[in-house]
Design a protein around this ligand. Sequence first.
Ligand code: NDP
Ligand code: ZN
Length: 180
Amino acid sequence: AGNLVTEQLIECMNFAAVKHRNQRRKDPDKTPYINHPLGVAYILMKEGGITDVQVLQGALLHDTVEDTETTFEEIEELFGSEVRGIVAEVTDDKTLPKMERKRLQVVNAPKKSHKAKLVKLADKLYNLRDLERATPEGWTTERVMEYFRWAAQVVEGLRGTNQMLENKLDELFKARGILP
Ligand code: NDP
Ligand code: ZN
């Protein structure tokens, strides 16, 4: 299996790196954005035990359509319909107002496919750890706490997908007093 899978994954890493090249994370150090999709795939592999190549590709590409000019057609052309489908499931509709998008993430989480739920769990785990590591510029402690509470609601709808990832998320929620 080795060579093809390696090629598929490196194709995605390079594609995402090119697409996100001008973006930075919100932490005070303005970390290169590509660290995030790479880290989400890394969490799935090392902590979730996930080896499914389409899930790992979905993780590497998960913010390309939402945050860059990338289209779903481009993703399908290069990486196939299954990867396109995973990316589509984890992409917010940016034509909707921000609050509505956040509400829809909570409502729609239970309806997602198993593979999309895996990517969403790892994405939330990465973002919550990022917030623990450093508060983004301009964010109050209350806003960070709001984000944790919202993420916990999304994760409620993703349960029964990967016990290891869910346990690590639960530890973060318990430390914040969101879960008993
Ligand atoms: P945002 O949605 O604006 O930011 C969080 C998102 O930014 C994450 O989901 C993540 O998405 C990405 N991200 C980039 N860098 C980091 C990082 N270092 N750590 C964590 N996440 C990072 O935040 P809110 O959900 O708080 O805000 C929602 C809306 O409400 C916005 O319009 C905001 O301006 C507004 N608002 C909210 C306040 C509050 O108290 N909640 C206060 C003031 C305004 P990805 O995985 O896609 O990269
Ligand atoms: Zn993300």
